[in-house]
Design a protein around this ligand. Structure first.
Ligand SMILES: N=c1c2ncn([C@@H]3O[C@H](COP(=O)(O)OP(=O)(O)OP(=O)(O)O)[C@@H](O)[C@H]3O)c2ncn1[C@@H]1O[C@H](COP(=O)(O)O)[C@@H](O)[C@H]1O
Length: 92
């Protein structure tokens, strides 16, 4: 997805160059445990939104989760090409 690839590049840049006032820089400063905590929290919020049957809330929470997953991917050196390749292998 184009937006996710572009988001990945911005997040990668934040990892390489700390930016004052950047939430992404703040997450990288805090480190892996903080990033994992956010992924856990945002996952729970996706579940709650899905149960509430509010599509716009669900879209908002999925976007939050995808952003935090992207931060995790950059932190761990995984990129969207890796994910594309894995999904491609699963295609029937
Ligand atoms: N997509 C996002 C995005 N989604 C969510 N968030 C931030 O994620 C945070 C989640 O909110 P929470 O209430 O859960 O967390 P909090 O209370 O603010 O802080 P903590 O719990 O983490 O201490 C908010 O501050 C949101 O602004 C994001 N921050 C940045 N981006 C993208 O990242 C790019 C770079 O942003 P900066 O790093 O801030 O420059 C931006 O241009 C956006 O494209």
């Amino acid at each position: 997805m184009k937006n996710l690839s572009e988001l990945y590049e911005v997040v990668l840049n934040r990892k390489a160059n700390k930016v004052e006032g950047s939430y992404t820089s703040y997450l990288f400063d805090k480190g892996l445990d903080k990033i994992l905590k956010k992924v856990g929290e945002e996952s729970a919020e996706v579940i709650i939104a899905a149960k509430n049957d509010d599509k716009s809330e669900l879209i908002y929470e999925i976007s939050d989760l995808l952003y935090h997953l992207t931060v995790l991917m950059v932190e761990k050196g995984v990129d969207y090409k890796d994910i594309d390749e894995e999904l491609e292998k699963r295609r029937k």
